[in-house]
Write a protein that binds this ligand. Structure first.
Ligand code: HXC
Length: 262
């Protein structure tokens, strides 16, 4: 498939590479419209299905990861338009079915649907110029791609409520203090840092990477007892993999593991 609103490429010299998706509507600060979201879903699914890819990075431009859903497109929508066409649910949630880790490398504005898209990723590395917020209230709506659910889980109710009710943006350092982003790095190092993390993930055995992502995600969908039981079952299951034998044998024999991803 050829893309008009995103750019895809891979990086890495080893057998397993990093798939990179760059949102590319610079004049609109990567405002997210239907075509862009269709293309993004298709690219993520293609990388997920590609055995030579071990991890995915989603990024934007220096000025904007994404400034939200496309307001120009939304302005004329009626209730019937959004309800009948299942707006958002139809093509924004592909990312939730991606099994490989997806890292959001965020510089500039990640607001509205842009902040929600970043929060759908597995973790966020932020450049020092990143700004996060949910300004939908200023448009007479509320966040509609999971923001009212994921932001409180990330930063706690008080800060999420304040940001969603006032539309205030927070800078990268506040986002890091609040737990929304895993790390803040200088803008010029953003892609190197994200790639470093992604290549590290690529070097590990795929079953354990899948299991780690599934188990951490489970903590948001279940109570502690169920979550710990889910983790324990996955943990036990990994002892059936060749990679567990290889990883532990390599440690015991002081050599580098050669994972086969099985
Ligand atoms: C459409 C947008 C856009 C958006 C920016 N642009 N954000 N177009 N949808 N969400 C366009 C502007 O109209 C402008 O086009 C160009 O991008 C540059 O933007 P400026 O405003 O000139 O840039 P700047 O002054 O630097 O301000 C940056 C900004 C501001 C603070 C991010 O653009 C802004 O407030 N944008 C809207 C943010 C927002 O409300 N997002 C939430 C959307 S609702 P022209 O043609 O004039 O150059 C949402 C719903 C989520 O996301 C629910 C479901 C997903």
């Amino acid at each position: 498939m050829t893309y008009e609103m995103i750019i895809t490429r891979t990086e890495g010299a080893d057998a397993r590479k990093v798939g990179i998706v760059t949102l590319n509507r610079p004049k609109q600060l990567n405002a997210l419209n239907n075509q862009l979201m269709d293309e993004l879903g298709s690219a993520l699914k293609a990388f997920d299905a590609d055995d030579s890819v071990g991890c995915i990075i989603l990024t934007g431009s220096e000025k904007a990861f994404a400034a939200g859903a496309d307001i120009g497109a939304m302005a004329q929508y009626s209730f019937a338009d959004v309800y009948n066409n299942d707006y958002i649910t139809r093509n924004w949630e592909h990312i939730r079915s991606i099994r490989k880790p997806v890292i959001a490398a965020v510089s500039g504005f990640a607001v509205g649907g842009g902040c929600e898209l970043a929060m759908m990723c597995d973790f966020i590395i932020a450049a020092d110029n990143a700004r996060f917020g949910q300004p939908e209230i200023k448009l007479g709506i509320i966040p509609g791609a999971g923001g009212t659910q994921r932001l409180p889980r990330a930063v706690g109710k008080a800060k999420a409520m304040e940001l969603i009710l006032t539309g205030r943006m927070m800078d990268a350092l506040e986002a890091e203090r609040a737990g929304l982003v895993s790390r803040v790095v200088p803008l010029e190092k953003l892609m190197d840092e994200a790639l470093g993390a992604a290549l590290m993930i690529c070097s590990y055995g795929q079953p354990s990477v899948f299991a780690a992502k599934e188990a951490v995600n489970r903590s948001f969908d279940s109570g502690l007892s169920d979550g710990v039981m889910f983790e324990r079952r996955l943990f036990h299951a990994l002892f059936a993999t060749e990679d567990q034998k290889e990883g532990m044998d390599a440690f015991v024999n002081k050599r580098k593991p050669a994972f086969k991803h099985r």
